[in-house]
Design a protein around this ligand. Sequence first.
Ligand code: SAH
Ligand code: SF4
Ligand code: F3S
Length: 436
Amino acid sequence: MSKKFFIQTWGCQMNDHDGEKLTGLMLRDGYEEVKSSKEADIVLLNTCSIREKAVHKVFSELGRLKKEKLQRPLTIGITGCLAQQEQAHLFTRAPQIDFVLGTMALDKLPEVLTQAQINGEKSINVGDYPDNHLFPTEIAKRKPTAKALVTIIEGCNHACTYCIVPRTRGIERSRPFQSILDEVKRLVDEGYREIELLGQNVNSFQGGCNFTELLRKVSAVEGLEWLRFTTSHPMNFTKELAFEIVSNPKIAPFLHLPVQSGSNAVLKRMLREYTIEEYLERLAYLGSGRSQLCLSTDFIVGFPGESEQDFQKTLDLLDEVRFETSFSFIYSLRPGTSAVRLKDDLPAEVKQERLLRLQSRQAHWTLLDNQKMIGKIVNARIENPILNDQGFWIARTGSSKTVHLQGKAGRGPEMGQLITAQISGASPHFLAAELI
Ligand code: SAH
Ligand code: SF4
Ligand code: F3S
């Protein structure tokens, strides 16, 4: 009987997609995928270490698995960013771990797993394999979702002082554009109508053409309806790219351009490489197309030395740009990053209070934006075709807004289907709509 495995993934979409590659490797080698760790002989924790909370989640799951391992044979492997960051230290911190596999060594999973299983030894591979961006993606076993994730660039060449990613993912390596195009064509043939191009910094892509040219090539693939991408760094955001985004109808009208702070003093300590004036200049490249676009950003609050005035500048920026949505986080110290050396004496309650103020300001602007949609007719793609407890199907618009569709029992829409609906209500977190 074949052994059963379960993979739990945390973190960004790039890590989600790595989870799909790991799943593909396991299935190729004859293992059977199960729906929970309770049924599994092998559990892979595909981890994230962007903030301390993400790391806590891994150790709390490891604590639970340790008890299970006392009851029955269980192989536990750690992959992802925490594996790359902590390497062999993980065996000391959590002796229940059997193997550790780094982010660049995904394709070495079979060797590491065999060694851990056959010899019962601890095994590890956290080597630098800078050509891991050439992973044969046809092996990946994608989840049955409405859009397919496609990695175009690995690593990051920026050096933001708070960020662990350059350490966990290495320097930038772009995939050759032809291999990306071949993959997108294959995915469209399989039935996907929406593709999301992934990278820590997609707009510094250099795989035989620049990112704007890549968008043009990919969007020309016949049958593709929406093209998305994430994430962009403001310093690599060009006029040419802005023009492509607002003028190419295949590119979904959504742009995530992380700003982090509204204060130049804080941005300087973060080593973000731009001032607020430069960030706004780049947004202005979008011209009148900005009004058709849902603009999203990331904020870090409570960065070392952030004064109340600095924070006020972040609120002012939010009011000025009126981002349609944003993701905000309290600064989390990451061991090994250069921000560790900055004095961080802001009380936790102050950071928490700033986060809440920022989030409620954002909710105000998101709600206003969503209310403007009431009565309008939109296209949206079904992301969950199973009626939920409240009687909704879930869909997403091109501008990435979540839509709760009033459903009815019986045969509903299909996963990934593009539907037309009329917006009937709005909250800061979703739009309510009826199928037409
Ligand atoms: N490459 C992307 C971001 C990847 S990390 C970019 O540069 O835009 C996603 C987000 O996590 C970041 O934009 C930042 O807002 C947040 N983040 C990263 N490190 C963090 C830390 N140490 N503490 C809090 N938030 C952090
Ligand atoms: Fe981290 Fe900065 Fe690179 Fe983004 S650009 S991954 S925040 S170092
Ligand atoms: Fe987390 Fe690594 Fe992604 S730290 S956010 S899983 S690149």
